[in-house]
Design a protein around this ligand. Structure first.
Ligand SMILES: Nc1nc2c(ncn2[C@@H]2O[C@H](COP(=O)(O)OP(=O)(O)O)[C@@H](O)[C@H]2O)c(=O)[nH]1
Ligand SMILES: [Mg+2]
Length: 490
């Protein structure tokens, strides 16, 4: 028999007629993993407290004040005990989202978590969309959009460098930079518009000239700020998301073996049959060099060769595409590469635009060949003009650590960042800044007051999703794009 526990019926939730991020109903999500000792479930919305009442020991809410953690059993609607847990509730607006909230700390494991989530659903609580808690926090003015995005970056960070950048953004770094630019543009727009109102009045020529010069100076300041944000994006993206890296070379060179050695897992099939790898496999890794650590998105590709058959042809096509799109190429070479074999890659290399400037060479399978042999292989490939080579044996692990550190050092310049320098990491933010920059550029070159005002307003409009604060002024589409990249429960 289950212990007798009075179960209230469905909790009423408000605003259920609205859909998506703008719905004002009550949401719940698992905000932690379920593999550890404790699983955290978060609940937010008008019925959050009623939901705790529905699941917890009766009278728990009366016995315990907000913000104080307490022990309670949790039950399903039928009275079935789900867990002995800890719980805490918050009264809005003094909560993360600004709404009534609760958090349940369950015993870990997927079974307990899914039982509690199902019981919440029975109580009328909807499962949260990705980032929906953060969205509500932004909507209710608890958090600005920039900080919300920075916190999502922090959660997704795979390197110290990415975590540091995200933390600095959360500490208002990016907000300050953007709001400085927004303020300049706002002042320009207001002043120019005010000037338009007086334009029918007698305006002394010199005064108008001075006013115009001042506007240009201010617009150029905003332009410089936007340009530096735009130029920093590539580094920011690489820091946050990783440098796009492709392993290339002839079939059987040892690419898949090296890929597995770098990733630390047997992800890619290794075989002495040329053409084993057909699709492009992709993994994220973080490497530590002498300087900062570097995140890579590494792709293992099919070898570069004349393919036979439809599937192989597609595989080679994808390999070429991956190589062209990559920011870093790791060119893997068998130490027994003869000048005749080397010739096979000459055309391929030329058609890729001879990308030596972004290529590290690796002589693989070094356990098989002595130093002199390895040197001969490199000599056969001198025409590639690759300036940095490593020697490895994926099978024995020889040279792998040296290669990892070498890659990190080679790429260090692509992810360097000055102390406190704010870099964009998000492509939508980059697009917004680029668009704003175009409008400001036009405004700088225009003499016509009306056009200057219009372009400045357009620039401000483009920056609205970066300017923090007012999420309510943004469309569902813009917000969906921003928050859907967050994890569930954030
Ligand atoms: N002895 C030795 N053999 C290797 C090493 N790396 C790869 N091989 C062998 O070389 C062959 C081709 O390897 P694979 O990684 O599939 O090459 P890919 O075609 O370039 O992806 C396989 O038979 C591997 O076992 C190595 O470090 N030492
Ligand atoms: Mg392979």
């Amino acid at each position: 028999m289950y212990p007798q526990h009075p179960r209230p019926s469905r909790v009423k939730s408000a605003g259920a007629h609205q859909q998506g991020y703008f719905a004002e109903d009550t949401i719940a999500a698992i905000s932690s993993g379920t593999a550890g000792a404790i699983t955290v479930v978060r609940i937010s919305g008008p019925a959050a407290h009623a939901a705790v009442e529905a699941l917890a020991d009766s009278g728990s809410m009366n016995r315990n004040p907000p913000r104080k953690i307490f022990n309670t059993n949790l039950y399903a609607r039928g009275g079935q005990k789900l867990d002995q847990a800890m719980a805490v509730y918050f009264r809005g607006p003094r909560s993360f989202t600004g709404e009534d909230m609760a958090e349940l700390y369950l015993h870990g494991g997927a079974v307990v978590a899914s039982g509690v989530m199902a019981a919440l659903e029975v109580a009328g609580i909807r499962r949260a969309l990705p980032g929906e808690f953060s969205f509500r926090a932004v909507k209710n003015g608890k958090f600005d959009l920039i900080r919300a995005q920075a916190s999502a970056d922090l959660i997704a960070a795979t390197s110290d460098a990415a975590a540091r950048l995200a933390l600095e953004k959360m500490e208002q770094g990016q907000g300050k930079v953007i709001s400085g630019i927004v303020k300049i543009l706002m002042d320009v727009a207001v002043r120019v518009e005010a000037g338009l109102d007086f334009s029918d009045q007698e305006h002394c020529g010199e005064e108008a000239e001075n006013e115009r010069a001042r506007t240009v100076v201010e617009l150029k300041k905003a332009e410089a700020g936007l340009l530096s944000l735009k130029n920093g994006y590539e580094r920011g993206r690489r820091i946050q998301h990783g440098i796009k890296t492709a392993l290339i070379g002839l079939p059987n060179a040892g690419k898949s073996s090296l890929f597995n050695a770098l990733v630390g897992e047997d992800c890619s099939i290794v075989s002495d049959l040329p053409g084993t790898t057909r699709d492009v496999l992709r993994e994220r890794i973080t490497l530590r060099g002498a300087g900062q650590d570097v995140a890579l998105i590494v792709e293992d590709t099919a070898g570069l060769h004349d393919p036979s058959g439809k599937v192989e042809t597609e595989g080679v096509l994808r390999a070429r595409r991956a190589a062209m799109a990559a920011e870093l190429l790791i060119f893997v070479v068998d130490p027994r590469t003869t000048p005749e074999l080397a010739e096979k890659i000459r055309d391929e290399w030329q058609s890729m635009g001879a990308p030596a400037h972004k290529t590290i060479g690796v002589v693989s399978k070094c356990d098989l060949v002595r130093t002199a042999g390895r040197r001969r292989a490199k000599e056969a490939l001198l025409f590639l003009d690759i300036s940095i080579w490593f020697e490895t044996a994926a099978m024995t692990g020889e040279g792998i650590d040296r290669l990892k550190a070498g890659i990190a050092d080679y790429c260090g310049k692509w992810v360097s960042r000055d102390d406190g320098e704010i870099l964009l990491t998000d492509s939508a933010q980059y697009d917004a800044v680029s668009e704003a920059l175009e409008h400001v550029g036009r405004a700088v070159c225009t003499k016509e007051g009306e056009l200057v005002a219009a372009d400045t307003r357009r620039a401000l409009h483009a920056l609205r999703a970066l300017a923090g604060g007012d999420a309510a002024g943004l469309s569902e589409e813009v917000l969906g794009g921003i928050f859907s990249r967050f994890c569930i429960g954030k």
